[in-house]
Design a protein around this ligand. Structure first.
Ligand SMILES: [Zn+2]
Length: 453
């Protein structure tokens, strides 16, 4: 497929939380920077001329009868070095999973050749699954983190890459720990400068992000210094926050306040920053995040394994804190944001109805907890963009064209798409519930084709 500067057919997106808009017979024009400059319906006076011009130029990409354009998926939480163990050791409790599998694997990235062999496959697989923006934890290693930034640039994926800080000798294993607090801070600054000066990254497609693993893995000095670095270098922050019982309690015992309140005091809640999981945050914590313009990476599948509870997504959305979706590779065993979106819907239904049949139905669950496919699509696209404060996630003038073409012609053995209606909300809902990697025909980031099946 040639590079397109115009796209025609059916588009579906969520202009606001809970709202689904389907744009049929619509023409999107993008400029050379990948920005949407016009959204024209076939009833607009300018439509026919623009359509004829685009078709004559040979740069028009059209959706077909059983296909549609969706905004690209935004994955707010990926541990890149955990890619080789996707789906492994999930039967273990968190501390065993970390100490017997995850930390030993991450430590191997001291050899940057491992990064060169693993990261291209991770990034291309995420793109093939429709993930146009990804927020990555790398490891504590400078060279391997630089490789990840270069791989994202070369693949044309919008990415935020963080070199991980874990310097506390009481909490981190000897074989996988920053050699000193000073070195961890200096290398974080050095990595931010490296990414910002990366050749071929003129559009800032790849950006750095300050990354304390979580409060328990970092010394107080490191956390304070990282807050200062983020502020002075105007850089986003990512970390884990109130994920499970252990972490939530640990921070209370260390700081006498919630994870969110402690991170705020440490200067780590910056605009466009990402707090992963947040299962145990209170409404007060959510208000703190909201006023700091920091958002949440909701990782529903991973939460089922390691977080001890279901994240109250409906409550967060109602309070107005920004929420996007995360795979949490490899705490979550799927690279697909669609799969996480579907799981988020199911988890919210279980939270609402309750899960224990021995409890009377009236007191079994938490009323008003469910989300539906519209909100799931919002969280997976525009919600993630809102967390990061980047102009993607919707088909609107002025936003970057980060999009995927889902084509159900590929699903020849799936009766659901052969005879049923191919228009309206049912089609979008069926798409969200059924789409797999093989249905994603093309992926664009910033208007450029990044994957073509
Ligand atoms: Zn994580």
């Amino acid at each position: 497929m040639a590079e397109a500067t115009a796209f025609y057919g059916r588009f579906a997106h969520t202009p606001s939380r809970g709202a689904l808009e389907i744009l049929d017979d619509t023409l999107l024009i993008i400029d050379s920077k990948g920005t949407i400059t016009d959204v024209l319906s076939d009833s607009d006076v300018d439509f026919q001329k623009a359509f004829d011009q685009a078709r004559a130029s040979g740069e028009l990409c059209q959706s077909g009868e059983k296909s549609l354009f969706l905004p690209g998926m935004v994955d707010l939480h990926v541990h890149a070095p955990q890619w080789p163990q996707l789906g492994r050791a999930l039967h273990l409790p968190l501390d065993e999973w970390l100490n017997a599998y995850t930390f030993p694997l991450e430590a191997q990235f001291r050899n940057a050749d491992l990064a060169r062999s693993v990261y291209p496959d991770l990034v291309s697989t995420l793109l093939a699954n429709g993930t146009t923006t990804a927020v990555y934890f790398s490891t504590i290693h400078m060279e391997a983190s630089q490789v990840l930034a270069e791989v994202c640039r070369d693949a044309g994926q919008r990415a935020f890459v963080g070199k991980v800080v874990m310097d506390d000798p009481d909490q981190c294993p000897d074989y996988y720990r920053d050699s000193s607090t000073r070195q961890a801070i200096d290398e974080t600054q050095g990595f931010i400068e490296f990414v910002r000066n990366l050749s071929g990254n003129d559009t800032d497609l790849v950006q750095p992000i300050v990354t304390p693993r979580f409060i328990p893995s970092c010394s107080h000095t490191a956390l304070l210094e990282l807050g200062r670095v983020a502020d002075q270098m105007d850089c986003r922050v990512q970390t884990h926050c109130s994920e499970g019982d252990w972490e939530h309690q640990f921070v209370y015992e260390r700081y006498g306040q919630s994870d969110t309140a402690a991170l705020a005091e440490l200067g780590l809640l910056q605009r466009g920053s990402v707090l992963a999981h947040c299962n145990f945050v209170s409404p007060t914590d959510m208000e703190i995040m909201k006023s700091a313009l920091t958002g949440i990476a909701h990782c529903p599948i991973s939460n089922a394994y390691f977080a001890n509870s279901v994240f109250p997504l409906r409550r967060a959305l109602d309070i107005g804190v920004s929420v996007g979706m995360g795979t949490d590779i490899s705490g979550g065993p799927s690279p697909s944001i669609f799969e996480n979106a579907r799981f988020a819907i199911a988890a919210s239904r279980m939270l609402e109805e309750g899960v224990d049949p021995e409890i009377a139905s009236a007191s079994r669950g938490h009323p008003d907890s469910r989300i539906d496919f519209r909100e799931a699509l919002w969280v997976a696209t525009a919600g993630g963009a809102e967390v990061l404060d980047i102009p993607v996630g919707k088909f609107e003038k002025g936003r970057h064209f980060d999009a995927i073409l889902v084509d159900h012609h590929a699903a020849t053995d799936r009766a659901a798409f052969s005879n049923s209606t191919t228009s309206g909300e049912d089609f979008v809902q069926q798409t969200i519930y059924n789409v797999s990697q093989s249905d994603i025909r093309s992926v664009w980031v910033n208007g450029r084709l990044a994957c073509n099946a």
